[in-house]
Ligand binder design. Sequence first.
Ligand code: HDE
Length: 702
Amino acid sequence: MNKKNTSPKIEDLQKNISDGSEQPMNTNQGVLINDDVNSLRAGKRGPTLMEDFIFREKITHFDHERIPERIVHARGSGAHGVFTLHEDLSEYTTAGIFTDTGRTTSVFVRFSTVAGSRGSTDMPRDVRGFAVKFYTDEGIFDLVGNNMPVFFIQDAMQFPDLVHAVKPEQDNEIPQASSAHDTFWDFISLMPESSHMIMWLMSDRAIPRSFRMMEGFGVHTFRLVNAAGKSTFVKFHWKPRLGTHAVVWDEAQKISGKDPDFLRRDLWEAIEHGHYPEWDLALQLVPEEEEHNFDFDLLDPTKIIPEEIVPVKIVGTLTLNRNPDNFFAETEQVAFHPGHIVPGIDFTNDPLLQGRLFSYTDTQLSRLGGPNFHEIPINRTLPAVHNNQREAQMRMQIDKGKASYTPNSIGGGCPYMAKAAAGGFTSYHERIEGQKIRARSHSFRDHFSQAILFYRSQSPVEQQHIKEAFSFELSKCKIPAIRRRMVNTLTHIDSDLAAYVAGMLGIDLPAAPEPVVNGAIPADGKPEDYAPVMREPSLVYDGALSMLNTVKDSIETRCIALLVTDGIAADRVIDLKEQLTAAGARVKFIAPRLGKVNAADGSPVPADMTFFNTASVLHDALYIPGDAAQAEALLRIPEAVEFINEQYRHCKILGADRGAALIFDQLHKEPDGGIINDGDLNRFIDALKQHRFWERNARFAK
Ligand code: HDE
């Protein structure tokens, strides 16, 4: 199907843009301002007068400059872009964005952390939000997902508990943006259903190298519905073109100090430099008749559908190509909602999704100040809005006519309801029967088999990182009983993992795994109805779960530090920069001081950064051009030595020209596949494509 794109441009929706250039200043009522620096007073040294409407308007506006931050996902970064479809999916759905291959749909995407407040670091160990607003011709479709495919809890009823547990503790508001504390692990250790999610949270997925290098997941099973009313279950995935990559934990902690805006800056700069981030949209499709063919429940949000069982089908591309003009107006005020769907897409009865359908409108009422938040430019839908909703705070739309009710005759019966054939939304006719009941389905009780599958699917490096992450997090818990409960939970996932963590915490492993405690049982609930069903995973390995199997074919946008000192050969550094830039990397000259270094031929080599204003953790690799004199000069600068040591420790790729390579011996770096000491740039580039040389750390060897 190849229809013409009729969408207005998203920029047209945002008509309230003001840049103030070449304009006189005026008040919000349009009155030109003559004096914006003196308040009106009774005499030069007298009291300020209440009648100063210019002063009062300015201060009132200032007093209310902050809106309440999001309860969760407060720290975020956004970008505009487009979505294009490669394949007509009308076999499954009537939704225009999934059937019209000729269309380019505008999107706004917001990435976020979950726990920290708005000013917190980008780099805590945390889930990342991946929320996409599609401005489709048929209305807004929001895919409000995360960078992990499962969630901590099965029922929305427990979301406030989860969030209270992970947020800073009640008495002293410590720690900020961190799950490494008693209340979080107290809750988790009493919630066996969190076992799968907690493996993802302790994995490298929780410390991404870049928003541009994260997968995204819709998490819940949704429905697609076609023109004949037939429904197909669907899981949504975003696959980054640059592959899925992470930093290491020591690096993440240091980045939080050196550049808390690390991920925000990375996204902004990539777009400014024209390196537009791209993701493939991939779907897992399950025919309605096959709902019960799995050994887990499709409605359980703590489960994935292994890609080994249902492969993903790539159907479209998301490209982010424009930074916001104004952070507050766009990234802060954007309001996502999993309930924003369009005809051809529908919900399932996943109890987590069902609860979300209530929460997201409700939260905007206090955050954005009332029910008219859809009129804020970034939230406007392409089709003009015609309905009988009226008034309330901050109403922008001026509704004409007398009739604001249905049925009416005064307004000619308008606005009228749209027939399904004309695109009117109809809900999928799912058959429902049952008692009104508060209960958890027995099909939701297998909490461990996919946690085990996840761990077994990880490479030795990733497994080691998970061991270290649990050890770190639980070491921050002060209450021994919580640590012990968690270690016992781990014995049900992997004995080696449990033994390592117990060893690092200095506690004894239980002689045999004890039953896991489930603290979430209703007062009159029967414990046997809530006892986890323990079983082995049906699959041994799912290749899609390990970042080892990710895309590693380019060094595009990787930040390479070229360490330069006086006496360097100018033509060599310029050539290196050109070659690496041609391969897509971003190269910075790091020097002892700002300004320039003096090359051997007397020409200036401009310094981008210095050893005192940047750090190793902000770069993916380093290269040392020159000869022994350059190496010796660097060895005399403690910050340069620390830079090289840290790059090495974080398993990064270190390159040097043959003459300068003696620096690696001097610093006792044993030659390995991640150290290129002969100036061979092709080998350096190939090594960097692998992201890190993980084998360097002997602890990973199995
Ligand atoms: Fe959210 N979530 N959530 N969530 N969520 C919010 O809405 C909520 C859940 C997600 O960049 C809030 O506008 C409940 C799962 C993202 O603006 C709030 C439950 C997933 C974002 C809310 C969940 C998410 C939010 C806070 C349990 C992954 C940020 C501010 C039923 C599929 C969107 C806001 C942005 C934001 C409620 C669970 C993703 C309070 C009740 C599962 C990416 O309404």
